[in-house]
Design a protein around this ligand. Structure first.
Ligand code: HH2
Length: 264
């Protein structure tokens, strides 16, 4: 899942692809590097970020969905918590919604997705982007995220979303300290047992800086390592900025995994 941020303030690539032409050019690069799915986001959810208005988010996202749909058959997702943005993006040809609030911020979200026969990524977040990193607390982070995602799967199905169109995501960095992120990555097999594909987004995030001492622009190798370990631990989708490097690393890991299975 390739990240295509069209917001001016995203934590890594903010402002680089805000015009439709820039966004399309970057999408072509991502597709050329082997992306399977393009995730278009018009609102930064980095820690401390403020929500943008519906009008502004719609203006950023919908023209990019229209333009990208005209040139690729690859699945397009739209990273939004607003049902109205989701509805317009789906009408313009997007295939799924990536909702970091798992359908909780906008009560119309799940029914909009169901009405379009679309898919949804249900992500765990403690708090809101503005406040989430202030003092995240858990007794048992893996159990609590598991229970939350299980409840949101039930809510999504009750709203009419087909079970095979639902994905879940532990929400790395969304109201989590370093130890919480590591516990979730170490416990991905328990999330995979929910029976729906698990998405992991670790790309260039703060916890990788804490582990390596590297600034955001120098976290490529750390991000690739996190993606490889996530897939080896049961993630089916990795949400990344750097598609080519991640693809190459996953190809090596997958070949070694296949050889290991051949020996068994
Ligand atoms: N992370 C970000 C945004 N959306 N969606 C899912 N499903 N999982 C994630 O981990 C996730 C997400 C934050 O990263 P990014 O889009 O690069 O930055 P920003 O929110 O600053 O635009």
């Amino acid at each position: 899942m390739a990240i295509l941020n069209v917001a001016p303030d995203s934590f890594f690539d903010g402002g680089r692809y805000c015009g439709v032409a820039e966004a399309l050019a970057h999408a072509r690069t991502l597709i050329g590097e082997g992306a399977d799915l393009i995730d278009i986001g018009g609102e930064s959810t980095r820690p401390g970020s403020r929500p943008v208005t519906l009008e502004e988010e719609r203006r950023r996202v919908v023209p990019v969905v229209v333009a990208l749909r005209a040139e690729t058959a690859l699945p397009i997702s739209v990273d939004t918590t607003k049902a109205a943005v989701a509805a317009e993006a789906l009408a313009a040809g997007a295939d799924l919604v990536n909702d970091v609030s798992a359908g909780r911020l906008d009560p119309a979200m799940l029914s909009v997705v169901a009405g379009h026969g679309a898919g949804i990524v249900l992500m765990h977040m403690q708090g809101t982007p503005e406040t989430m990193q202030r003092d995240p607390v858990y007794d048992d982070v893996v159990r609590e995220v598991l229970e939350f995602l299980s409840e949101r799967i039930t809510a999504a199905r009750a709203a009419g979303i087909a079970g095979d169109r639902i994905l879940v995501d532990p929400g790395i960095g969304f109201g989590k300290r370093l130890e919480h992120n590591l516990a979730l990555l170490a416990g991905l097999d328990r999330l995979a047992a929910l029976g729906v594909p698990v998405v992991v987004g670790a790309s260039r995030k703060t916890f990788l800086g804490a582990l390596t001492g590297r600034a955001v622009e120098d976290r490529l190798s750390a991000s690739v390592a996190a993606a490889v370990v996530a897939v080896a631990s049961g993630a089916r989708v990795v949400r990344v900025h750097d598609v080519g490097a991640t693809r190459a690393a996953l190809a090596v890991a997958e070949a070694i995994g296949a050889a290991r299975r051949g020996m068994a």
